[in-house]
Design a binder for this molecule. Structure first.
Ligand SMILES: *Cc1c(COP(=O)(O)O)cnc(C)c1O
Length: 380
């Protein structure tokens, strides 16, 4: 059975060689814009591509304002600061995520609390969040506190796993009820919509990544999405060293950050986003082919997008019978020229985070033993 899967994937990607998990594709204006950028000499911290890229992303996602960052990780760090997370605050998030989500919380001394995911989205479960809050939280003076630890519960960070939107409107509702700020880790989900609205535009802030392995890339980079234009402007100020605008004076009014994406990376981004819809359609076609193929293999479930969503299918995922099958599949495919990988080691199992609270993580653990990601690049 495994050999038929390997054959299928080699045919799908029309190669005998090793099929990577996800590689970027440059078929548009990338070289043209990079040349323009170099010819202009504005490759660094000023230049027109940055403004243009921010406008294009705001336009595409429907955000009121978009602000570039050097990476998705520092976009998340910035988001934590902007919603007011402080040292010793608790932040509700999922253990099934890439480490950047938790690192961003930790940079400011926040404490992640790991809540379970839904099996049908792979992302943070609104029911599990609500159950944890009912059991552990109380609202006092317009703020939410953990009754057991005494710490403030300031923020909730769901992640749209592999590009599949979480049940974000239910999370918005729970967070509003408990006075908790909502930040979306939309690092993987550019091009993914929930009930017709782009992921990352439901929370107070959304963070996107343009790392080389994501759906579109700027080499390295990130973007903050805002519904509140004033907050977006403040983010722009903080990410650019908080310099007070002046033609020659250097005066700064906050401890700022050098988090601005260089113009040369934004040039690449402008070219990439022109092809985003095409890439997403292509990835969705591939997902359909996988779905068809795996429908004939009863032991393996191909993960399909949740209801009411258009997912970008950033990384395709299959769910195997158990951990033993997962390990055997990983070994066979990686030995036979198809790159596959399990989901990230759960955050609560990493040394740095193993002391933090969890809600038991029933679905999370079940999924971690079974998920495997399979090749998902755009097919030329
Ligand atoms: C990629 C990713 C990030 C971070 O992005 P970088 O641009 O690599 O810093 C954050 N969260 C998740 C879930 C990611 O997949």
């Amino acid at each position: 059975m495994y050999s038929s899967i390997v054959d299928f994937i080699h045919k799908l990607y029309m190669t005998e060689e090793t099929v990577p998990l996800h590689v970027p594709l440059f078929i548009g204006n990338e070289k043209k814009y990079l040349n323009e950028c170099i010819d202009s000499t504005y490759v660094s911290s000023v230049g027109k591509f940055v403004d243009r890229f921010e406008e294009m992303v705001a336009d595409y996602t429907g955000a009121k304002k978009a602000v570039v960052c050097v990476s998705g990780t520092n976009a998340l760090h910035m988001a934590m600061m902007l919603v007011g997370v402080e040292r010793d605050d608790e932040v509700l998030t999922q253990a099934l995520t890439f480490i950047a989500t938790c690192n961003a919380i930790s940079y400011i001394g926040g404490h992640p609390v790991f809540i379970d995911v839904d099996k049908e989205t792979l992302g943070l479960s609104p029911n599990a969040v609500k159950a944890w809050l009912i059991k552990n939280a109380e609202v006092r003076g317009g703020e939410c506190f953990n009754k057991n630890t005494g710490r403030r519960v300031k923020c909730c960070v769901p992640m749209h796993t592999f590009g599949h939107p979480v049940k974000i409107d239910e999370l918005v509702e729970v967070c509003n009820e408990y006075h908790i700020e909502l930040v979306e880790d939309a690092a993987e989900s550019i091009g993914s919509f929930y009930k017709g609205r782009h992921t990352g535009t439901f929370g107070k802030i959304g963070a996107i990544s343009f790392n080389g392995n994501k759906t579109i890339t700027t080499g390295g980079g990130g973007m903050l999405l805002f519904q509140d234009e004033e907050l977006g402007k403040f983010a722009k100020h903080l990410t650019t060293q908080a310099k007070v605008p002046h033609r020659w004076e250097f005066v700064h009014d906050h401890i700022g950050y050098n988090y601005r994406m260089p113009n040369i990376n934004a040039a690449l981004g402008c070219a990439q986003i022109e092809n985003l819809e095409r890439y997403v359609e292509n990835k969705r076609e591939t997902a359909k082919k996988y779905q068809e193929f795996f429908s004939h293999i009863p032991e393996i479930e191909f993960f399909i997008e949740p209801a009411d969503c258009r997912s970008n299918y950033w990384l395709n995922a299959i769910i195997l019978k158990d951990r033993k099958a997962q390990q055997a599949f990983l070994e066979y495919t990686n030995d036979h020229g198809v790159m596959t990988r399990p989901v990230w080691e759960l955050m609560n199992r990493l040394e740095m985070f193993e002391e933090y609270e969890t809600d038991g993580l029933k679905n999370t653990k079940w999924l971690a033993d079974r998920i495997v990601n399979i090749p998902s690049s755009v097919i030329k």
